[in-house]
Design a protein around this ligand. Structure first.
Ligand code: 6PG
Length: 473
């Protein structure tokens, strides 16, 4: 090809970077890739596409030379220092108007800092969340871009071409100013952690309390995935229970160590939610439970000390029906929490995030895609400024239908000594959120008692303080 004929350059040819380039090429684009590892460059050069073309280059300057201007360069490198290092290397080579994209799971505050740094040289830095794992990148991810709107318009045809499609509509949209794309992706991952935690809690009741075998679990989750909760995470859960171990005669799931690892996006969601004063306790619990899963030695000691005697549950079909409803209930609540956080963040951080677009593009390609998002999409289309899904009558009806079975199974499981902190958090949040009056008046009184922190009254304006000890003597 001639000089300056390539439409996008990728820095970082791990599986995600390579697959996204191949996806672009399949849609007729001519794309370049660079990686420090020459074998990855070679691997890309060995690939071909009938529609467009892919080319691996040996250095970044060659990429700069071969790209159409204004240039579009995407980084898919690990979050943190590598993004700064690549940005610093590229900046002197770029020209005003060029677009530098971070397609990784970067912390949105870092993205904001990079946007400002690049803007000083009239370079558009865009934080774009990409979800869907390796397959998503290759055949259609959900793409969450934020930043300069004109830069988004320049990228839009490419992003729409490679994104997953739902009813013909691409799972990509402009999601707001500044670091909105990475903010939305962070919350997506927080919801992902919460749903995964709650699914694992239901699994453990089946496995530990009912002693069901993985074949039976496959059937249950497969059936659930045919219903209103249909989702990618349920689909893969059902498939996981079909996998035999290649080293032993066991099912693979039984042979996997129970320490859940994390790269930090769930933790950031919780930390940022606290900074924004938005409760997302199902996500907090999911993060905490991944951490607790890492305390294997202590858990073993504690098990020896407390020798938990868990009551075996019976009537598996009734338990399954109730657990289905509890998971359905918890899933709605955790989406509501994540979306409430986006609503608050959009205003507090001045990102102008269109929630109906967020739920629209989460319907396909991403890890938290689910049939539920179709319902949420209709709701946010009608009321784009809805502060919390729990305030919508349709959601209220649904939660009230699921509530009885949820309470039923959670009570039985708690009495039996089982752990379901994610699902319990969802129910506790629901109970608190729908309470016109909470016991926080006592907290205010205590604060005022020991620290003269003052309180407000329900019957008159102003700030009050009481000399509590004196009042009682
Ligand atoms: C996605 C995922 C992905 C994330 C993994 C692992 O949307 O495709 O969120 O971005 O890296 O889910 O995350 P943890 O290692 O933190 O579990």
């Amino acid at each position: 090809m001639e000089n300056r004929q390539y439409q996008l350059g990728m820095i970082g040819l791990g599986t995600m970077g390579r697959n996204l380039l191949l996806n672009l090429a399949d849609h007729g684009y001519h794309v370049l890739g660079f990686d420090q590892d020459p074998t990855k460059v070679q691997l890309l050069n060995n690939s071909s596409s009938a529609a467009g073309s892919v080319k691996g280059v040996g250095d970044v300057q060659e990429m700069i030379r071969l790209l159409e201007t204004p240039r579009k360069i995407m980084m898919l490198v690990p979050a943190g220092k590598p993004v700064d290092a690549v940005t610093d290397e590229l900046l002197p080579l770029l020209a005003p108007g060029d677009i530098l994209i971070d397609g990784g799971n970067s912390f949105y505050c870092d993205t904001q800092r990079r946007i400002e740094k690049c803007a000083a040289q009239q370079i558009h830095f865009m934080g774009i969340g990409i979800s869907g794992g390796e397959k998503g990148a290759r055949y259609g991810p959900s793409i969450m871009p934020g930043g300069d709107e004109a830069a988004y318009e320049a990228l839009k045809p490419m992003l729409e071409a490679v994104a997953a499609k739902v009813n013909g509509s691409p799972c990509v949209a402009y999601l707001g100013k500044g670091a909105a794309g990475h903010f939305v992706k962070m919350v997506h991952n927080g919801i992902e952690y919460a749903i995964m935690q709650m699914i694992s809690e239901t699994y453990w009741i089946f496995r530990d309390a009912l002693k069901l075998q993985p074949e039976a679990l496959h059937e249950i989750y497969h059936r659930w995935n045919q219903g209103p909760m249909q989702s990618f995470l349920l689909e893969i859960t059902a498939k996981i229970f079909q996998q035999k171990d290649s080293f032993s005669d066991h099912w693979l799931i039984d042979m996997i160590d129970d320490h859940a690892e994390a790269k930090g996006t769930g933790k950031w969601t919780s930390q940022q939610a606290m900074d924004l004063h938005v409760p997302v306790n199902v996500i907090d619990t999911a993060v905490a439970m991944r951490d607790l899963s890492g305390f294997a030695e202590e858990r073993k000691r504690a098990a020896g000390l407390y020798h938990p005697d868990r009551r075996r549950l019976s009537d598996s079909s009734l338990v399954a029906e109730h657990l289905h409803d509890a998971l359905y209930f918890g899933t709605i609540v955790c989406y509501a929490q994540g979306l409430a956080m986006l609503h608050r963040g959009s205003h507090e951080l001045d990102m102008q995030i269109p929630l109906y677009e967020v739920v629209r593009i989460w319907r396909g390609g991403c890890i938290i895609r689910s049939a539920l998002l179709d319902r949420f999409y209709t709701i946010y289309q009608q009321d784009p400024e809805l502060p919390n899904l729990l305030l919508h009558p349709e959601i209220a009806d649904l939660l009230m239908k699921l509530e009885h079975n949820t309470r039923q199974i959670l009570s039985i499981a708690l009495l039996g000594g089982y752990t379901l902190p994610g699902l319990v958090s969802a129910l506790s949040y629901f109970d608190a959120y729908r309470s016109e009056r909470l016991p926080a008046n006592l907290i205010q009184a205590q604060r005022d008692f020991f620290g003269a922190h003052t309180y407000r009254r329900i019957d008159r304006e102003g700030i009050f303080h009481t000399e509590w000890e004196d009042a009682n003597t």
